[in-house]
Design a protein around this ligand. Structure first.
Ligand SMILES: Cc1ncc(COP(=O)(O)O)c(C=O)c1O
Length: 352
């Protein structure tokens, strides 16, 4: 119930495309064809009303973490400050560290089990930062930043000349009635980039594929150079064909899967309520990662370790994401598996 991939087979169209590509039998170096960029453009335009993606402003990479790492190297120097909301996706800490950047944390505020940006804190900390590493939708709190929130962020960054790196890998996972707003559709200038990938939504993370959108010419040149220098631009042939099958042929599949994920979130909520468990489920707007507060004073790592040892179920402890007292539950699994995991957590809580 931990690392963020799903228990489901990839969409049938992806499996078909992969089988066809494998049957071809020749696996030489892959040229990224125009139809790849067309698939990305068409998907974001159709599904998210984001226009303006072109082959010229899109840089393919072997994944979003490699993309973020390369962008950091392109847009910041060792010693530069980079702001990030915390809790944060664990690999972000490593990316910043490896780039030699100084982390400036702006902790999100949790009010009534719902996370918000601390605007005052950001106002104070943003000046002097080189970049903002934004996660939209946000792993692990499940927030999908609203148009207003993103506009306010964009305005602050524009004023302080802070480059925005928006990681939008979770963009397909909006709960019913919620909507993901691409940062690119509200930004007031072009001093930003957006990293996307079909990998989370279509469960093809192991095929390693991501794209960096950047329209600012100077920033784009620097990013291309960093992608090159870090050797993270040569995507493999299976990734190319799976992205096209995902974006061109699998929209219905992801729409249905999202309903299943939302159903699982509702199930966790009901399970906690019905069993009167001393847990608090965060009010989320999306992603397939439930963020659950543990009983007051519980250390997340100890809790997860004991649960794994005694009940053989593994959740992610929140200290990985830079905060204490929570666990992250991967909900992208069958209802049976989720029910079993929750039952085991209930057993554990009853015995301690
Ligand atoms: C916010 C975020 N970015 C990036 C990744 C991983 O991206 P990739 O596997 O393409 O490197 C994840 C995986 O959980 C994630 O949550």
């Amino acid at each position: 119930m931990w690392v963020a991939d799903m228990d489901f087979e990839a969409a049938p169209a992806i499996l078909r495309a992969l089988k066809k590509r494998v049957d071809h039998g020749v696996f030489g170096y892959q040229h990224v064809p125009d139809c790849y960029f067309e698939a990305v453009r068409s998907w974001f335009e159709r599904r998210h009303h984001w226009t303006g993606i072109t082959p010229e402003n899109t840089i393919p990479t072997i994944g979003v973490v490699p993309a973020v790492a390369a962008v950091l190297r392109a847009m910041a120097r060792p010693g530069d400050k980079v702001l990030m909301h915390t809790p944060a996706y664990n690999c972000f800490f490593r990316c910043l560290d490896n780039a030699g950047c100084r982390l400036v944390e702006s902790p999100l505020i949790c009010r009534n089990a719902h996370y918000e940006i601390d605007w005052k804190d950001m106002e104070q900390k943003l000046p002097g930062c080189k970049a903002l590493l934004l996660c939209n939708p946000h792993n692990p709190t499940g927030r999908i930043w609203t148009r207003d929130e993103l506009s306010r962020l964009a305005e602050m960054c524009r004023r302080e000349h802070v480059f925005v790196i928006a990681d939008e890998i979770h963009c397909e996972f909006a709960f019913p009635g919620q909507e993901y707003t691409p940062f690119a559709t509200i930004a007031q200038d072009d001093y930003f980039c957006v990293c996307t990938s079909p990998s989370k939504a279509f469960n093809i993370a192991g095929l390693q594929c991501g794209n960096i959108y950047c329209a600012n010419e100077q920033a784009q040149a620097a990013i291309r150079q960093a992608v090159d220098a870090n050797e993270v631009g040569n995507i493999n042939c299976l990734a190319v064909y799976s992205l096209m099958a995902a974006y061109n042929e699998s929209e219905q599949w992801i729409t249905e899967l999202m309903q299943l994920v939302y159903g699982n979130w509702c199930f966790i909520r009901e399970f906690i309520r019905e069993n009167n468990l001393p847990l608090s489920l965060t009010e989320m707007e999306g992603t397939y990662l439930a963020w659950v507060a543990l009983p007051e004073g519980t250390l997340s790592a100890g809790f997860c370790e004991a649960l794994a040892k005694e009940q053989h179920v593994l959740f992610n402890p929140s200290d990985m994401y830079g905060t204490e007292g929570f666990i992250r539950i991967n909900m992208a699994t069958s209802r049976e598996m989720l029910a079993e995991a929750m039952q085991r957590m209930k057993n554990y809580l009853a015995n301690h």
